[in-house]
Design a protein around this ligand. Sequence first.
Ligand code: GDP
Ligand code: MG
Length: 162
Amino acid sequence: PVPILAVVGRPNVGKSTLVNRIIGRREAVVEDIPGVTRDRVSYDANWSGRAFTVVDTGGWDPDARGLAASIAAQAEIAVRLADAVLFVVDATVGITDHDEAVVRILRASGKPVVLAANKVDDQRTEAETYGLWNLGLGEPFPVSALHGRGSGDMLDAVLAAL
Ligand code: GDP
Ligand code: MG
């Protein structure tokens, strides 16, 4: 069976944009406003000759209990089904309470995690990523899902984790 990579993180960090970057096609729906329901979340991907399935998360309806519960529930489902997790944060915003909640779920899961610091569109923004070492999830990979910057190094780390 093909290994499964789940892409998790709070809304608007750029998960779907990063999924499109990984699969090399624009199939995952990118939203300026989060919370739209979509049925298709799994995509075939390939990097360096290795096939894997990438699962976009966060596209389901917000939980009736609210955003925080919804993020946590989706992260728990994703972690359960995945062989490895690509945890996406927005380097231009930094770590929020919602990010911290996801980190606790990832730690508890014991699954391998690759940390993507997204929206690093230029060299200047890269400095924002050094503080992410404090999350205790290993090396933060600065990427720009929008422009492709840094995605090769990130994907090499993903393959090592799968
Ligand atoms: P998701 O909710 O985590 O799936 O986030 P989306 O992929 O839908 O993206 C949310 C917003 O962030 C959209 O307006 C994207 O165009 C924008 N975005 C995503 N990746 C990047 C990036 O690398 N750089 C910049 N500047 N914007 C990005
Ligand atoms: Mg999305």
